[in-house]
Write a protein that binds this ligand. Structure first.
Ligand code: G6P
Length: 591
């Protein structure tokens, strides 16, 4: 969703900006650009369509610079639409959407301004240049007063080498400090390789880097006292020596589960005891993969806690005028903690007096700072756009939460609670089926569509498996409640159509098997995933994948792993990059 960076250093900082931008690339990779300002007050810009790596080459001169990696919203991916945008003495990078940009652009065109791009962002730099009367800060503030929508900006003025002004309104922005450089950046993980201390900005705050200092202030220039914290070691940027980030992140699932489990402690939940014990209605909201985790939480929590749980896509929750209020709990799930719809849903819940509990991978994220209580999963940094290990860890945290809720209400833990400690080794056992998944991917790589079926909790696993193959292998897939197959989608089954069934719930195994048999009878090539020995032996499936045995309620945490790996193999065999799927971005900070 666009990543921005700014850097002021004593030496040339082109390479520093380039490397921080690479760490931000998962936010968008339609184009990239860097503007450098030298002590002789010269601005130089290099920007190109495509990946950040296109900016490699002889460093542009300068000790002050800004950079951008773009996920296109207004205007197609092109060199001209790439940031930074320049007007007069100013260069600017922007993450967000200026909602009133058409009106502003119309006004500027009438005044004779000419635009070089189709972006909303170019409007901002023109407003700054027009407002400039010799005071850089004042010009940025004046321009921001005209903007509606969301933005995080980093701006350079050629009159002021050594200075960057940043501002945050609705899109994330973090300041970072290292002995040799000061930074602005869209998110913590990308900055962690470079900075030693970080401090996120809140909405409405400006960040001024100048004279070797970072200062937070309001629109009147009044300083805001902020505390920097040391960069958490687990959020330091990771790199991949060989293969793809997605493969690396799948391989990290056992460790991520074990780190997350070790970090969870029942006593930590004491501050939210009142709401865990007494919440009238629980809502769970999220987007994408995190939504499937939230839905699994809904299934588990409602059956264990015996309290109503409603799950919504965060984008839908916001606009349905939900009945949420005081004494209700909203659980907001987000790997990044920056997803715009999830944040807005959480804000709405707070406005209505509900208690907001966040589950996120980033302790310093916007979601964590607005929530009443946060569970930080320890998945480690996740770079590939399609979520994998964060999903397994989200599930673990949400199961843990459901168990705590049950305990606070009936002083009893669910019977699966004691098996969390076995999850990590069981996840390692799942890896044994990867060669089989590779072989299946080779068989199905030319499929035009797929079905993933399940019942009960397995519906969530099926939906997540289907999402993965759509996101990265570009194969249309439907994740479906197996009982619904005969009510419509069975019509799509043709000779050779791949149908995967996940069957981990013993009470429903025969029903899932029936659906698989119905598909097979119509020519489908069927695959069954189960830990249930009799379900596997009795199944008519063409291929069977045996999963490790653990309490069946916990199986969603494991059963998704072969599906994640299968999607990755499909993607690679079809010749695509799993880390950077077309049209997508990891952190969706616009609505
Ligand atoms: C994007 C990503 C997905 C992710 C979703 C929610 O769409 O491509 O992989 O699941 O955002 O992200 P979050 O950070 O809120 O979990």
């Amino acid at each position: 969703m666009c990543g921005i960076v700014g850097c002021v250093s004593k030496e040339n900082c082109y390479e520093k900006i380039l490397s921080t931008l690479s760490g931000l690339e998962y936010r968008g990779y339609d184009s990239a650009g860097i503007a450098m300002l030298s002590s002789s007050k010269t601005l130089n810009v290099r920007k190109k369509k495509g990946y950040v790596s296109n900016l490699k080459g002889k460093p542009l001169p300068g000790e002050t610079g800004i950079g951008h990696t773009r996920w296109a919203t207004h205007g197609k991916p092109s060199d001209a639409n790439a940031h930074p945008h320049v007007s007069g003495k100013f260069a600017l990078v922007h993450n967000g959407i200026v909602e009133n940009f058409r009106a502003l652009k119309g006004e500027l065109l009438e005044q004779g301004e000419e635009f070089l791009s189709e972006t909303d962002s170019e409007v901002i730099v023109k407003l700054i240049a027009k407002a400039y009367r010799g005071d850089f800060f004042e010009a940025v503030v004046k321009a921001c007063e005209r903007l509606e929508g969301s933005y995080a900006l980093a701006v350079l003025c050629s009159d002021d080498p050594g200075e960057i002004i940043g501002v945050r309104q609705g899109s994330p922005l973090v300041a970072g400090a290292a002995p040799d450089a000061l930074y602005l950046c869209s998110d913590v993980p990308a900055l962690c390789g470079a900075a030693e201390f970080i401090c996120p900005a809140s909405d409405g705050e400006f960040i001024r880097i100048r004279d070797g200092n970072i200062c937070f202030c309001d629109g009147n220039g009044r300083e805001i006292c902020k505390e920097f914290s040391r960069v958490p070691p687990e959020s330091r940027s990771s790199s991949v020596m060989s293969g793809t980030f997605m493969e690396k992140e799948i391989a990290e699932i056992p460790r991520a589960l074990s780190d997350t489990f070790k970090s969870l402690s029942a006593t930590d939940f004491a501050p939210c005891a009142r709401i865990l014990r007494g919440a009238r209605h629980v809502y769970a909201v999220a987007c994408g993969t995190a939504l499937h985790a939230a839905q699994a939480f809904g299934d588990i929590a409602e059956s264990e806690v015996r309290c109503p749980v409603s799950c919504f896509a965060a984008s839908e929750f916001r606009y349905r005028d939900p009945l949420i209020g005081r004494d209700d709990l909203l659980v907001a799930v987000s790997q990044s903690g920056e997803t715009a719809d999830t944040l807005q849903a959480a804000r709405l819940a707070k406005e209505r007096g509900a208690y907001v509990l966040a589950v996120t991978n980033i302790a310093q994220s916007s979601l964590a700072s607005l929530a009443d209580f946060t569970i930080v999963m320890r998945a480690g940094s996740e770079i590939a756009v399609a979520a994998t290990k964060s999903y397994n860890c989200q599930l673990l945290c949400l199961y843990y939460l459901a168990a705590q809720m049950k305990y606070y209400r009936v002083q009893e833990f669910p019977d699966w609670f004691s098996q969390f400690s076995s999850l990590s080794s069981a996840a390692e056992e799942v890896f044994a089926c990867f060669p089989q998944m590779s072989a299946l991917a080779a068989k199905f790589k030319d499929a035009r569509g797929m079905f993933y079926l399940g019942r009960g909790l397995d519906v969530r696993t099926a939906a997540e498996g289907a999402l993965k193959v759509k996101e990265i292998a570009y194969v249309f897939a439907e994740g479906y409640a197996a009982g619904e197959l005969k009510h419509g989608t069975l019509a799509l089954i043709e000779e050779g159509f791949p149908v995967f069934a996940v069957s981990t719930c013993s009470a429903l195994a025969s029903k899932t098997e029936n659906a698989l048999a119905e598909a097979k009878a119509r020519g489908a090539r069927t695959v069954l995933f189960s830990q249930n020995v009799s379900a596997l032996s009795e199944s008519c499936a063409d291929f069977k994948c045996a999963l490790p045995v653990i309490h069946e309620k916990l199986m969603p945490i494991l059963a998704v792993i072969p599906l994640q790996y299968f999607a990755c193999r499909m993607c690679l065999l079809r010749g695509f990059d799993p880390d950077k799927p077309r049209n997508l971005a990891k952190s969706v900070t616009v609505e």
